[in-house]
Write a protein that binds this ligand. Structure first.
Ligand code: GUN
Ligand code: ZN
Length: 446
């Protein structure tokens, strides 16, 4: 048993649709987290009130400037797009053709994929993202490399090989059957291995023939516990194109439903322009939406209707959507989610935002039995945030009038500098000090 002492903040239910937001979280200025030898949370609470833990337990004191909180969950990102962040100009469809497809074609080279995989998991961990739902490219080998690197890091991930068989450059297309078989082989290899899961990943309706979507649905039927990960209704031209390509379907969501791709293991990125009837359909199927505010602003896709989505009982999480999104930081995802609602006349509280980035994300990925909050029985996936990370953050944190105000300061000013340490299943996976340049480390030691 190990005990960690410091400030502790955790959501434990949704603050949406309740008047009693204060009942949705716990905060202790002097708190503790007890982690058992299996890496699970044995108990969490106020230091003063802790019952006698095993007397031989090792106590690590992080101190008054450290905040323990659940690891962030990124519900949508593209691993191969890390190197093209900030590719500007043009809306979605032009951006895909001009930048995205040429970048993804490079992943035929395993060496390139290996290099990007290293950077990706470095960045996610430094930013406090401990779980992610990830698009790879169409390449079997590159996808296998992303899985292998996640496994090597002890990272919790759901990854999938992109499926495309039309409307993209020839180098990124494969036959519907070939794509089904390669996806199936990766699924059988990785789904359920340690902390890893497989997502059947048709890119979006326009880049798949009906035959490919049918085979994706067949794969889902053969492996009901696998995830389905795709995009929906991000951009108005895209929505119009889908109705031309699938004239017999009544809606974009209807296309996926027709092929058996909507279930409670389905995560659809964006959903900016969904109709009420489509939200009803997603709700009936239990499907989830990844809201990616940074990306929606960057590509000019539109303003996500969060209130309407939640009213339809569709579970929502936050996504960075790298590389249309410009940073892996979930602090930024929270800040941009706030701003996207703010311009629509709704002010989300820090508790709503923090929930979306942690427990809400875990629920979106159906991983909430294991992660998303710091509660007894869950895996000890947690961050230690440094409230004194920079002089300005220190100034802001020290003057915070409440926990609400403290979290607000972190949401709008926080980034990877704030993430001091990160633990997955009780195992330390990243520490800021260890990742500093050797020269800085030597200086710190002397
Ligand atoms: N829709 C289909 N592919 C993509 C992609 O790579 N990024 C975004 N943001 N939307 C998409
Ligand atoms: Zn995306």
């Amino acid at each position: 048993m190990r005990i960690f002492r410091g400030r502790l903040f955790t959501p434990h239910s949704s603050p949406f649709g309740t008047d009693d937001v204060a009942a949705s979280f716990t905060y202790h200025e002097d708190g503790f987290l007890a982690v058992d030898d299996d890496g699970r949370i044995a108990s969490a609470g106020s230091w003063e009130r802790r019952s006698a833990q095993s007397p031989e337990a090792e106590v690590t004191t992080f101190g008054a400037h450290a905040l323990m909180t659940p690891g962030f969950v990124d519900t949508h990102l593209h691993a191969p797009q890390l190197e093209m962040i900030g590719s500007y100009g043009g809306h979605l469809l032009e951006w895909l053709n001009r930048y995205t497809f040429p970048t993804e074609a490079k992943f035929a080279d395993a060496g390139h994929a290996g290099m990007i995989a290293q950077s990706l998991f470095d960045e996610l961990l430094h930013n406090g993202t401990l779980t992610a739902l990830i698009f790879s490219t169409i390449h079997y080998e590159a996808t296998d490399i992303f899985f292998r690197e996640a496994e090597r890091r002890g990272f919790r991930a759901i990854i999938g090989k992109t499926m495309m068989d039309r409307n993209a450059p020839a180098a990124l297309l494969e036959g519907a059957v070939e794509s089904y078989e390669a996806s199936r082989a990766l699924l059988e290899k990785w789904n359920g291995r340690g902390l890893l899961r497989y997502a059947i990943t048709p890119r979006f309706a326009p880049t798949s023939t009906p035959e490919q979507l049918r085979l994706a649905g067949k794969l889902k039927q053969e492996f009901p516990d696998a995830y389905v990960h795709t995009h929906i209704s991000e951009n108005r031209s895209e929505v119009g194109w889908v109705s031309e390509l699938f004239p017999e379907s009544s809606s974009y969501a209807g296309v996926y439903d027709h092929f058996g791709l909507l279930s409670d293991r389905t995560v659809l990125a964006h959903g900016v322009h969904l109709s009420d009837a489509e939200l009803d359909l997603l709700s009936a199927r239990g499907s989830r939406i990844s809201h990616c505010p940074n990306s929606n602003l960057f590509l000019g896709s539109g303003l996500f209707p969060l209130g309407r989505t939640v009213e339809h009982h569709v579970q929502v999480g936050l996504g960075s959507d790298i590389g249309a999104g410009t940073t892996p930081s979930m602090f930024n995802a929270m800040a941009d989610a706030y701003k996207v609602q703010q311009v629509q006349g709704v002010s989300l509280t820090p508790f709503h935002l923090w929930y979306l980035a942690t427990l809400g994300g875990a629920r979106t990925l159906s991983l909430d039995p294991a992660i998303g909050s710091l509660e007894k029985g869950k895996d000890a996936d947690f961050l230690v945030l440094d409230l004194h990370a920079t002089p300005l953050i220190s100034l802001r944190s020290d003057r915070a009038s409440s926990v609400e105000d403290l979290l607000a300061g972190l949401i709008f000013m926080g980034d990877d500098r704030v993430v001091e340490r990160a633990f997955i299943g009780g195992r330390e996976v990243s520490s800021r000090r260890a990742s500093e340049a050797p020269a800085a480390r030597m200086e710190a030691m002397s």
